[in-house]
Design a protein around this ligand. Structure first.
Ligand code: MOS
Length: 708
């Protein structure tokens, strides 16, 4: 008999020390490096056929005609789906993360709202046959003029909320700015950027007895299950989504054209259908980070205390979906001022919909804010670390809520000591080493520490091992390993007796791997179930039944019961650069990040996440930029040759470490660490480039031609 009960854990209860906090290699590491770990496009299915998306050759307009007949006569071709014959979808719903982006609801009408919009799916016996047929499919259009030109002063920009207020405001900004001894007013811009994770999006769908079964690469099986259930008007229990291994997500692996098209074709053909996106298709079909234009005004007294802070950000979104890149979020939590204003606006243009990408909001927003702080420090003649320490707020500048731990001062003090900041000559442009100009810079980092409701099941097996089941997603972060350590401690057993199974919506609802909330959310549910199971076993269960004893947890109520507080991770970033004034080349020589990010579950993978995030920051500062062509509305160089990402040769000595940061609002003491590594990193580099050269760079990336 399986015994099943529901457990909840209350924040503030700490588990026994042991596995958590001890370095552990990835439990699936061997499977990954030997190829035994199968990714979404690798799992075998009997009778599998392959779909290839056809994307529009015009930027905007309407489909006039699709001539399927010649293509259907090609070898192996089974079907051509388009708006005239594809199954109808329901788009009138609010999913786990809000209203759906119509971009995923493919083949529903003849409208083409942006370049490379999916207009058809060709299905064939092999991927090669599908691709060849897709490339010959004749589609004609009624073309309409398009507009992809993004600038901040467009009259069509309007305030937009996204998932937070569009505007926050207190005090009299004009009066405070007028009264300030020192005022900075500057505009910063960040470009369109691509997620560019290693594993392209891929899904295989099949229908059995009215049930939809999908193998996919995503950031949350529950999330995709819910979206597909809504789109296909099914009960969620009739949809199963599996994603055992995921080769990177970065915000992009949500509901997309490929899962929906695969499910449609599988229903039409009654066979398993696989749709894999090409790298080129990913540039238009899987979201991106919107460009931003941000204006920051800071006013301070001569001692550096801020009296006025105004952060205004405009981002670009598509004609079909309003996405807000919440770039002023760092200003809402980092610094207080008598007059404090933040605002998000969007401009709708004929471009693909942007989405969350690698610390959405914080990454571009911290570039602007933390560059502005550095500029203010220069004007004040004050050390940039000291300026930040003088402006540490004791409660949320906008919310007025207390912080659940902050410890940013500890990060700066430890970082400055280890980086050798005290020896820094503040004057810009005075250090030379051969042809190189040298400089150092710093910036602060912040990222929310959230948790979402999750369920977990933990089973005591008759052989003395334990099996954890939770619909978590390990998108490369090491979540599976972290949960193994967390479960081991809650059960008070060694980690090698714990097996963690993830990536299956059949395990029950769980939070996504997003917003740096995944591991914290899942660990909470695992701790609750494992803790109760341990207590039950301690009471003496006798011999276990063959199926073991299972305890289930649901953290919905415990999370809802948390008191309102500002919950954030913080960090201090330091960078040293060398700039060649002859070629404009910027070489980062070293980076150091010190973080206050709760209890670190696995120092090995945590360090990897911080360093990975800082590498994103380096990449953002110097390389990443999607260049959109006004004429075609598409991209120049939509591939990993044209889109530059930091390579090993660009990545210098990077160190990441952390300070003690007790976090009573989580049962294990965990804060998220997935994204904070990127926050502030680009600003630290830009500030170092100023220190090296005497020239400010308010526009990313800092390309050689912009340095010259
Ligand atoms: Mo992350 S951009 O919250 O998936």
């Amino acid at each position: 008999m399986t015994t099943s009960t529901t457990a909840t854990a209350t924040a503030g209860v700490t588990t026994a020390q042991g596995a958590v906090g001890t370095a552990h290699t990835r439990v699936e590491g061997r499977d990954k490096v030997t190829g035994a770990a199968r990714y979404a496009a690798e799992l075998p299915f009997p009778g599998l056929v392959h779909g290839w998306l056809v994307t529009s050759s015009v930027t905007r307009g309407r489909i006039r005609a699709i001539d399927s007949e010649p293509v259907l006569a090609l070898p192996g071709v089974l079907a051509v789906l388009h708006h005239g014959n594809a199954p109808r979808l329901n788009t009138d719903y609010v999913g786990m993360l809000g209203a759906p982006d119509p971009t995923a609801a493919v083949l529903q009408d003849d409208r083409v709202p942006h370049a490379a919009w999916p207009v058809a799916l060709v299905v064939a016996e092999t991927p090669e046959q599908a691709r060849e047929a897709a490339e010959t499919l004749a589609v004609t259009y009624d073309e309409e003029p398009h507009d992809v030109d993004f600038t901040a002063d467009r009259p069509a920009a309007y305030p937009a909320e996204g998932q937070m207020p569009a505007v926050t405001e207190k005090g009299d900004l004009t009066a405070e700015l007028a009264a300030c001894a020192v005022v900075l007013d500057a505009e910063y811009t960040t470009p369109e950027e691509q997620h560019a994770m290693m594993e392209p999006h891929a899904a295989t769908a099949r229908w059995e007895d009215g049930r939809l079964d999908v193998v996919d690469s995503n950031q949350g099986a529950t999330w995709i299950q819910g979206e597909l259930a809504n789109l296909f008007s099914l009960d969620p229990s009739a949809v199963r989504v599996r994603s055992e291994h995921v080769g990177g997500g970065f915000g992009s692996k949500g509901i997309r054209a490929h899962q929906v098209a695969a499910a449609m074709a599988a229903s039409v053909l009654d066979r398993p259908v696989r749709v894999v996106l090409t790298r080129r298709q990913m540039f238009s079909l899987t979201g991106h980070r919107s460009p931003t234009v941000q204006r920051i005004r800071l006013g301070a007294d001569t001692d550096g205390r801020l009296r006025a802070l105004d952060h205004h950000s405009v981002n670009r979104t598509s004609a079909v979906y309003e996405f807000v890149e919440p770039a002023t979020l760092p200003s809402r939590v980092m610094y207080d001022a008598h007059a404090h204003r933040t605002a998000h606006e969007v401009v709708r243009l004929d471009v693909p919909s942007p989405t969350w990408m690698r610390a959405p909001g914080e990454a571009p927003g911290s570039f602007a804010l933390e560059s502005a702080l550095d500029e203010l420090a220069e004007k004040l003649g004050l050390d940039p670390v000291e300026l930040r320490l003088r402006n540490e707020p004791d409660h949320g500048p906008v919310s007025g809520l207390p912080f659940s731990g902050r410890n940013l001062d500890a990060c700066f003090r430890e970082g400055a000591r280890r980086f050798g900041w005290d020896r820094r000559d503040p004057r810009p442009g005075v250090r030379r080493e051969g042809r190189w100009l040298l400089g150092t810079g710093t910036a602060a980092a912040s990222f929310p520490s959230g948790a979402g409701p999750s369920t977990a099941a933990v089973t005591a097996e008759p052989d003395g091992t334990f099996t954890v089941r939770i619909a978590a997603a390990d998108i490369g972060t090491g979540a599976r390993t972290a949960l193994t350590l967390v479960a081991a401690d809650a059960l008070r057993v060694a980690p090698d007796r714990v097996r963690v199974r993830i990536g299956d919506s059949a395990f029950g609802p769980a939070m996504i791997a997003g917003g740096s909330t995944g591991t914290r959310s899942w660990a909470w549910a695992v701790t609750a179930a494992a803790g109760e199971l341990r207590e039950r076993l301690a009471l003496g269960a006798g011999a276990l039944p063959p199926e073991g004893i299972t305890v289930r947890s649901d953290t919905t109520e415990a999370i809802a019961a948390l008191e309102a507080r500002e919950r954030y991770s913080f960090g201090a970033q330091f960078a040293e650069v060398a700039v060649d004034p002859g070629t404009g080349e910027v070489r980062v020589r070293r980076m150091l990040g010190i973080f206050a990010a709760g209890r670190i579950v696995n120092p090995l993978t945590a360090r990897g996440q911080f360093i990975g995030g800082m590498t994103w920051g380096l990449s953002m500062a110097l390389h990443e930029e999607t260049v959109r062509d006004r004429i075609t509305g598409g991209h120049y160089g939509a591939d990993l040759a044209g889109y530059h990402i930091a390579a090993h040769a660009d990545v210098p000595h990077i160190e990441a470490d952390w300070v003690d940061d007790p976090y009573p609002d989580d049962p294990v003491g965990i804060k998220g660490i997935g994204e904070i590594g990127i926050v502030g990193a680009a600003a630290a580099i830009a500030n170092a480039v100023w220190h090296a050269t005497g020239r400010r760079h308010r526009r990313l990336p800092i390309r050689p031609d912009r340095v010259l």
